[in-house]
Design a protein around this ligand. Structure first.
Ligand code: HEM
Length: 118
Protein backbone atom coordinates (compact mmCIF):
# COMPACT_ATOMS: atom_id res chain seq x y z
CA UNK A 1 0.00 0.00 0.00
CA UNK A 2 1.56 3.32 -1.09
CA UNK A 3 1.50 6.33 1.20
CA UNK A 4 -0.62 9.46 0.85
CA UNK A 5 2.54 11.49 0.27
CA UNK A 6 3.62 9.28 -2.63
CA UNK A 7 0.19 9.74 -4.16
CA UNK A 8 0.23 13.51 -3.63
CA UNK A 9 3.56 13.67 -5.46
CA UNK A 10 1.83 12.04 -8.42
CA UNK A 11 3.28 8.57 -7.94
CA UNK A 12 6.13 7.41 -10.13
CA UNK A 13 5.38 9.61 -13.15
CA UNK A 14 4.71 12.73 -11.06
CA UNK A 15 7.95 12.22 -9.17
CA UNK A 16 9.90 11.72 -12.39
CA UNK A 17 8.48 14.99 -13.73
CA UNK A 18 9.27 16.84 -10.49
CA UNK A 19 12.87 15.59 -10.50
CA UNK A 20 13.26 16.44 -14.19
CA UNK A 21 12.00 19.99 -13.59
CA UNK A 22 14.27 20.32 -10.57
CA UNK A 23 17.32 19.23 -12.58
CA UNK A 24 16.41 21.63 -15.41
CA UNK A 25 16.26 24.43 -12.85
CA UNK A 26 19.59 23.37 -11.39
CA UNK A 27 21.22 23.23 -14.83
CA UNK A 28 20.08 26.80 -15.43
CA UNK A 29 21.29 28.12 -12.08
CA UNK A 30 24.80 29.54 -12.25
CA UNK A 31 25.17 29.22 -8.46
CA UNK A 32 25.23 25.40 -8.65
CA UNK A 33 25.18 24.23 -12.29
CA UNK A 34 28.95 23.72 -12.23
CA UNK A 35 28.62 20.82 -9.81
CA UNK A 36 26.74 18.87 -12.45
CA UNK A 37 28.93 19.64 -15.46
CA UNK A 38 30.49 16.16 -15.66
CA UNK A 39 27.57 14.21 -14.23
CA UNK A 40 25.50 11.61 -16.11
CA UNK A 41 22.20 13.47 -15.74
CA UNK A 42 19.98 10.62 -16.94
CA UNK A 43 21.47 8.36 -14.29
CA UNK A 44 21.12 11.09 -11.65
CA UNK A 45 17.50 11.63 -12.67
CA UNK A 46 16.78 7.93 -12.28
CA UNK A 47 18.48 7.70 -8.89
CA UNK A 48 16.93 10.83 -7.35
CA UNK A 49 13.51 9.70 -8.64
CA UNK A 50 13.99 6.30 -7.01
CA UNK A 51 15.06 7.92 -3.79
CA UNK A 52 12.14 10.36 -3.65
CA UNK A 53 9.76 7.50 -4.48
CA UNK A 54 11.29 5.38 -1.73
CA UNK A 55 11.35 8.01 1.05
CA UNK A 56 7.82 9.15 0.22
CA UNK A 57 6.48 5.64 0.79
CA UNK A 58 6.26 4.47 -2.80
CA UNK A 59 7.08 1.00 -4.08
CA UNK A 60 10.64 1.77 -5.18
CA UNK A 61 14.03 0.58 -4.19
CA UNK A 62 16.87 3.09 -4.16
CA UNK A 63 19.82 1.58 -6.03
CA UNK A 64 22.39 4.39 -5.74
CA UNK A 65 25.20 5.20 -3.36
CA UNK A 66 24.68 6.64 0.10
CA UNK A 67 24.38 10.42 0.30
CA UNK A 68 27.64 10.57 2.27
CA UNK A 69 29.59 8.65 -0.38
CA UNK A 70 28.10 10.33 -3.44
CA UNK A 71 28.57 13.89 -2.13
CA UNK A 72 31.92 13.34 -0.47
CA UNK A 73 34.52 15.99 -1.37
CA UNK A 74 32.19 17.93 -3.67
CA UNK A 75 32.47 20.93 -1.34
CA UNK A 76 28.73 21.60 -1.25
CA UNK A 77 27.80 24.36 1.21
CA UNK A 78 24.56 25.47 2.83
CA UNK A 79 23.76 28.01 0.13
CA UNK A 80 24.23 25.34 -2.55
CA UNK A 81 21.92 23.00 -0.68
CA UNK A 82 19.28 25.69 -0.31
CA UNK A 83 19.57 26.55 -4.01
CA UNK A 84 18.79 22.96 -5.01
CA UNK A 85 15.87 22.86 -2.57
CA UNK A 86 14.51 26.06 -4.19
CA UNK A 87 14.37 24.23 -7.51
CA UNK A 88 12.72 21.23 -5.90
CA UNK A 89 10.05 23.48 -4.39
CA UNK A 90 9.52 25.29 -7.71
CA UNK A 91 9.11 21.93 -9.46
CA UNK A 92 6.56 20.76 -6.89
CA UNK A 93 4.69 24.07 -7.22
CA UNK A 94 4.60 23.62 -10.98
CA UNK A 95 3.14 20.13 -10.52
CA UNK A 96 0.59 21.57 -8.07
CA UNK A 97 1.72 19.43 -5.15
CA UNK A 98 -0.11 20.65 -2.02
CA UNK A 99 2.13 22.72 0.27
CA UNK A 100 1.60 20.28 3.14
CA UNK A 101 2.94 17.45 0.97
CA UNK A 102 5.84 19.64 -0.19
CA UNK A 103 6.76 20.22 3.44
CA UNK A 104 6.44 16.54 4.23
CA UNK A 105 8.92 15.63 1.48
CA UNK A 106 11.32 18.39 2.51
CA UNK A 107 11.22 17.12 6.10
CA UNK A 108 12.13 13.64 4.88
CA UNK A 109 15.09 15.00 2.88
CA UNK A 110 16.32 17.41 5.58
CA UNK A 111 18.26 14.77 7.56
CA UNK A 112 20.38 14.14 4.44
CA UNK A 113 21.77 17.67 4.79
CA UNK A 114 24.49 16.56 7.19
CA UNK A 115 25.77 13.96 4.71
CA UNK A 116 25.68 16.30 1.70
CA UNK A 117 26.98 19.63 3.00
CA UNK A 118 30.61 20.03 4.07
C1 HEM B 1 18.29 16.70 -0.40
C2 HEM B 1 19.14 17.04 -1.35
C3 HEM B 1 19.82 16.05 -2.26
C4 HEM B 1 19.46 14.78 -2.62
C5 HEM B 1 18.23 14.00 -2.19
C6 HEM B 1 20.48 14.30 -3.54
C7 HEM B 1 20.46 13.05 -4.12
C8 HEM B 1 21.46 12.55 -4.91
C9 HEM B 1 21.51 11.22 -5.45
C10 HEM B 1 20.43 10.16 -5.26
C11 HEM B 1 22.66 11.09 -6.15
C12 HEM B 1 23.16 9.85 -6.92
C13 HEM B 1 24.01 8.98 -6.02
C14 HEM B 1 24.83 7.99 -6.81
O1 HEM B 1 25.62 8.43 -7.67
O2 HEM B 1 24.70 6.76 -6.61
C15 HEM B 1 23.33 12.37 -6.08
C16 HEM B 1 24.53 12.68 -6.71
C17 HEM B 1 25.02 13.95 -6.86
N1 HEM B 1 24.58 15.07 -6.20
FE1 HEM B 1 23.04 15.15 -4.91
N2 HEM B 1 21.42 15.27 -3.70
C18 HEM B 1 21.06 16.35 -2.96
C19 HEM B 1 21.73 17.55 -2.86
C20 HEM B 1 22.74 17.94 -3.70
C21 HEM B 1 23.28 19.28 -3.80
C22 HEM B 1 22.81 20.46 -2.95
C23 HEM B 1 24.24 19.26 -4.78
C24 HEM B 1 25.09 20.38 -5.31
C25 HEM B 1 24.69 21.63 -5.37
C26 HEM B 1 24.33 17.89 -5.27
C27 HEM B 1 25.19 17.46 -6.23
C28 HEM B 1 25.32 16.16 -6.64
C29 HEM B 1 26.29 15.71 -7.63
C30 HEM B 1 27.28 16.59 -8.37
C31 HEM B 1 26.11 14.31 -7.76
C32 HEM B 1 26.86 13.37 -8.70
C33 HEM B 1 28.08 12.84 -8.02
C34 HEM B 1 28.82 11.90 -8.97
O3 HEM B 1 28.19 11.21 -9.77
O4 HEM B 1 30.03 11.89 -8.89
N3 HEM B 1 23.41 17.13 -4.59
N4 HEM B 1 22.59 13.23 -5.33
Amino acid sequence: QSSALYQQLGERSGIETIVEEMLLGVADDERIAHYFADVDILRLHKLISEQVCNVSGGPCEYTGETMAVSHNNLGINNADFNALVEHLIAAMEQQEVPVSAQNELLALLAPMHRDIVE
